[in-house]
Design a protein around this ligand. Sequence first.
Ligand SMILES: N[C@@H](CCC(=O)N[C@@H](CS)C(=O)NCC(=O)O)C(=O)O
Length: 367
Amino acid sequence: MTAPYQHLGWIVSPYTQKTLAYFKYKNIPHIDRTPNVFELMRSTPKRVGKAIMPTVQTPEGQWLQDSTDIIDELETRFPEPSIIPTGAKQNIAAHLLELHGDEWLVLASLHYRWSRPKSADFIVNEFGRLALPFLPRFIGRIMGRKIRSQMTSYLPRFGIVGDTQKGLENFTENLLNQLETHFSQYPYFLGARPCVGDFAMFGQLYAHLYRDPGSTPLFDGKPNLVNWINRMLDPDAHAEKGDFLPDDQVPDTLTPILKAIFDEQFEFTATAINSVQSYVKQNPDAKRVSRITGEADFKIGGIQGKRSMFTFTQWKGQRVWDALHKLTGQEAVDAKAWLKTLGGDALIDMKIEHRLKRENYKEVLDK
Ligand SMILES: N[C@@H](CCC(=O)N[C@@H](CS)C(=O)NCC(=O)O)C(=O)O
């Protein structure tokens, strides 16, 4: 018998919850392991280049990293039921939601975790318990505090400082209300089957916002959103494997969410992608682009801030761009007309001449 997949990560990590939910939904035989601090700091960098989670080892011994690469690879190995819709609009919507969960909702996750003393205290304990399971709690807490200072040192580069914190709360409250309305009518984002966007959004919503005690009350009075979380957590208990909505329908209840993505996140995404494009134009011999390409203005929940632009944003944003720009003929015309109703001009007009790909767990220019 072949060894099952090994899935490594911590329950408190949103990207780990994303891939774990995927393994469960697809019924892929796997062992879910919690790496301790030694495995994380010493072995993981040898396997995938840095201390990060989640990581997955395939039965052949290959290591996969980045939740998106993990899911993409497993989709080729376990294609049914696919979490990537084939309808043009549904496919774009699924990838916009993926981008939103992975690259934008993470700001809210970080903000609430570290600004709510009840959550921060809970997480210091969790970090200690997960990193050093064999040592007494008080030693675990020392380690937990060390990880907390590393994590909170990242907040300014994501623009999570000063007034934007109020913006993040406006954004989160609106989003959760919109999700409650949506899930009161549909089991998943695009009907009776989860798409790649369900997994990305679930990771953030569950691992941080719902599970951390300081932000759990955000879910009060939102039974339908909580039911969706429970479906994502335990797909076996909700066994029927349904389909995406017919005729490439994207529910109207997603319209406010998609409009907000274009109004705020996508504007920043386009700026970050342009900065990579200009860098390559000015440095035509470059093989790599640095991980951070500079600072830019951004807006969240109506509040303006400044944050770093990550090259990674292009790699993830390319997936949405591909979903649109692979279309031809009437399908492309219809998709663009639909995107215009959502304020998606930045996506329609975006030019990506210099693409990025992932090689050895890093983003490099696709030359
Ligand atoms: N883009 C990566 C992000 C993974 C990630 O940021 N993981 C966090 C935990 S949720 C981590 O390990 N951070 C450690 C670090 O970046 O130093 C993915 O989708 O897998």
